[in-house]
Design a protein around this ligand. Structure first.
Ligand code: 4AD
Length: 477
């Protein structure tokens, strides 16, 4: 047998980030290196030209010093491979102390300056959304790819450390887990005998897995045919879902979430991706963002019941502290304006709102564990939404109904097929059966990854938080 030894730096071109940011950068002075990337700008002087080249490994471009001839075919967007000496910058101006003194410049792919749609000037997010295949070359969008990747690696390490197993739940499913009727049907319809849909949530399958391995998580695409084209809704988004068996209250879930998000924030704020997030945000926004990260880490997060939240919102409206378009009344869903007021004004940070009315929530939730006094003794369920400033709902979770008879009653009440009409295929009989053999108290939650990226990067519209957003009426690239 032959063993294959290789180092990524010897088979791929050296990343610009390793030259600009690595502690070894100084040791590499006067070394001959090869980099490959895309030209961001070219400045032509009398005898010499300067090209800024970016390879997406950092938002900062590398400066290459070229002869006039070497720069001839270069313009914004051109892909190039440059070999040269990594040297102390002669001018000493600019942000970088070193530059690449080009010996060999290879144009890999030209970019016609007359047709290349990206410009060095400011281009609006709306315009860039028409260029989904190119906008990742803009530093702020490049950074969002890194940030997302960093969050996922932190999550993976976090769950390993807490003995949660990463699992995969199916994309093609038989049921509408959330019961909101916002499913995309699979075509051709007859392929699986009964109608199938793109998953809206992996929760039900994750519950089955948690009935064998008590701590599981998944990060999977979710699909919702919601017609709301808001700044926080996508038709396809990534959801982190967690399910844990052998828990009696919401406390372990709430504690896990706080620890999880704080771990992510700690990782970002101490790494280069965090620095680059701040520098692409612009000066004013960077200050706010740093405060947001600090605030998330400093204080323990708040928690109130839905019933208390409704009283607080009612009081605020009564005392003219705020004016809502829709009044907050017990039994009605919290509107975005209510969520914003709670997270931004009342708590100025994340807040878990627990124990919502049963009528507002899906069939699988367990009745509230503690007795929370409610107006008219309205029934509530053991659930929570985590609200955060600017974004609103970031996470939804609950304890699950683990008793067979009670779950069967709820499923029937919601018109969910349970296989007692002989319709095993397509029914949720399997979900009910989990309560028949070795059922356990359990619970879990789902976090919208794209919303988390918005929150941590200060991105205002979720359509920027993912590379290829889909929303009502738009699935272009
Ligand atoms: O509150 P949701 O609908 O909860 C569930 O689907 C549960 N079954 C999850 C679970 O307990 N395993 O969605 C969870 C989160 C929301 O808080 C939100 O962050 C995100 O998913 N989300 C969306 N993100 C982007 N676009 C949409 N259309 C979203 N709908 C939900």
């Amino acid at each position: 047998f032959q063993t294959c030894h290789y180092s990524s730096t010897s088979i791929f071109p050296r990343t610009i980030s390793s030259l600009l940011h690595s502690p070894l950068s100084d040791e590499r002075a006067n070394e001959t290196v090869t980099v490959a990337g895309w030209v961001r700008s070219v400045r032509r002087m009398k005898n010499v030209s300067f090209a800024h080249v970016s390879d997406g490994s950092t938002i900062h471009p590398l400066q290459a010093v070229l002869t006039k001839e070497q720069s001839e075919n270069l313009s914004m967007g051109t892909s190039v491979k440059i070999t040269g000496e990594w040297k102390e910058s002669v001018g000493g101006k600019g942000q970088q102390s070193k530059e690449l003194l080009a010996e060999k410049v290879e144009v890999l792919g030209k970019a016609d300056p007359l047709t290349y749609p990206l410009q060095k000037k400011y281009q609006t997010p709306e315009f860039l959304r028409t260029l989904l295949h190119l906008r990742q070359r803009i530093p702020a969008n490049t950074n969002l790819l890194h940030l997302r990747s960093n969050i996922i690696s932190t999550l993976t390490a976090f769950f390993v450390e807490h003995s949660f197993i990463q699992c995969h739940t199916p994309i093609i499913t038989s049921s509408d887990c959330e019961g909101a009727g916002e499913v995309f049907a699979i075509v051709p319809e007859k392929f699986f005998n009964t109608p199938k849909y793109l998953t809206v949530s992996g929760q039900l399958h994750l519950e089955a897995l948690a009935a064998a391995v008590p701590r599981v998580w998944t990060l999977s695409p979710s699909f919702r045919a919601e017609k709301s084209g808001t700044t926080r809704h996508l038709s396809e988004f990534y959801m982190l879902e967690v399910e844990a068996a052998f828990i009696d209250t919401l406390d372990p879930l709430v504690a896990l979430i706080e620890d999880m998000v704080k771990t992510i924030v700690r990782s970002i704020s101490t790494s280069r991706v965090g620095k680059e997030t701040l520098s692409t945000a612009g000066e004013d926004k960077a200050v706010q963002l740093e405060e947001r990260w600090k605030g998330l880490l400093e204080r323990p997060w708040s928690r109130i019941t839905y019933t208390e939240a409704i009283s607080r919102l009612g009081l605020a409206a009564e005392q003219k502290e705020v004016q809502f378009d829709i009044p907050a009344v017990w039994g009605a869903a919290l509107q975005a304006e209510h969520e914003r007021f709670l997270a931004q004004t009342v708590f100025n940070g994340p807040v878990f709102v627990t124990d919502y009315p049963k009528s507002l929530k899906p069939f699988y939730m367990l009745p509230s564990v503690s007795t929370v006094p409610t107006p008219g003794e309205g029934e509530t369920v053991a659930c929570f939404d985590l609200l955060v400033p600017a974004v609103g709902e970031l996470i939804g979770g609950s304890l699950r109904e683990y008793r067979y008879d009670e779950l069967l009653t709820e499923m029937r009440r919601h018109g969910i097929a349970v296989g007692d009409g002989g319709e095993d295929e397509g029914s949720l009989r399997w979900y009910l059966e989990l309560r028949k053999w070795g059922s356990t108290r359990h619970g879990g939650f789902g976090l919208g990854l794209d919303r988390l990226v918005c929150y941590l990067a200060g991105v205002e519209n979720i359509r920027e938080a993912t590379a290829f957003p889909r929303w009502v009426g738009r699935c272009d690239c």
